[in-house]
Design a protein around this ligand. Structure first.
Ligand SMILES: N[C@@H](CCC(=O)N[C@@H](CS)C(=O)NCC(=O)O)C(=O)O
Length: 240
């Protein structure tokens, strides 16, 4: 059975949702990133990048065990494994799907991640960084809004991995939460097409199931000093 080493963050949620949408059998191995599980030797054997999510397929290419990290690579692999589902087959839809998946991996994920960092996790308030990443998060949301004003889904007329990979980041960015009170949130009133798209995705039963994965482990409120040290302190740079 497929094994996903994961935690309930946007990068984990996208793969939980993909697995549920594809109907693949899997089991979850929790990697508590606030407690430092990502630095354990058994996890580092799967991914040298010590970040969730990471996949182990005991029946990989050639029937051999196979490991994969980086959420987009995992999602493309899972789509192939399920016979090409959730990545459009027509050439235009196919490349548009990859285009928007890359937009998430190179833009939305890293920029929203920094926005969260300076808005909730940094030990001191850095107004320049908060402004910079607030502007960038809004700019990227505007790009999504323009696309979704023209097409129902990011890849065109088919719901795809491009929507699944992007949605969990927008979901967190648009919710008011005490954890992120320094950085605020994105008001979807300004982005009606993104609002319509989020609501359509959120209503899907597989999405609801994916969001429930490891939901017991989610802890509201501010990051603790111990979690900050593990996730952003010296530990990160001692691992080789
Ligand atoms: N580009 C990676 C990003 C993975 C990532 O940043 N994962 C975070 C959780 S959302 C993590 O594992 N953080 C642990 C740490 O920073 O030590 C992907 O898309 O898979």
């Amino acid at each position: 059975m497929l094994e996903l080493w994961s935690w309930p963050t946007p990068n984990g949620h996208k793969v939980h949702i993909a697995l549920e949408e594809l109907g693949l059998e899997y089991r979850i191995i929790p990697v508590n990133i606030g407690a430092g599980d990502q630095f354990k030797p058994e996890f580092l054997k799967i991914t040298p990048n010590h970040r969730i999510p990471a996949l182990v397929d005991p029946d990989g290419p050639g029937g051999k065990p196979f490991t994969l990290f980086e959420s987009a690579a995992i999602m493309i692999y899972l789509s192939d494994k399920a016979g090409g589902k959730l990545i459009p087959k027509d050439p235009i839809g196919h490349y548009k799907c990859l285009e928007w998946m890359m937009f998430q991996m190179g833009g939305v994920g890293p920029m929203f991640g920094q926005w969260n960092h300076f808005g909730a996790y940094a030990p001191e308030k850095v107004p320049y960084a908060i402004d910079r990443y607030t502007n960038e998060a809004k700019r990227l949301t505007r790009v999504l809004n323009t696309r979704l004003g023209e097409t129902r889904w990011l890849a065109g007329d088919e719901y795809s991995m491009a929507d699944i990979i992007t949605f969990p980041w927008l979901r967190v960015a648009t919710q008011q939460s005490s954890r992120f009170d320094e950085r605020g949130y994105i008001d979807l009133g300004e982005f009606p097409a993104v609002k319509r798209w989020c609501a359509e995705i959120e209503a899907r039963p597989a999405v609801q199931r994916g969001l429930q994965v490891l939901s017991d482990a989610q802890r509201p409120g501010k990051i603790t000093d111990e979690e900050r040290e593990i996730t952003f302190g010296k530990t990160q740079f001692q691992v080789r």
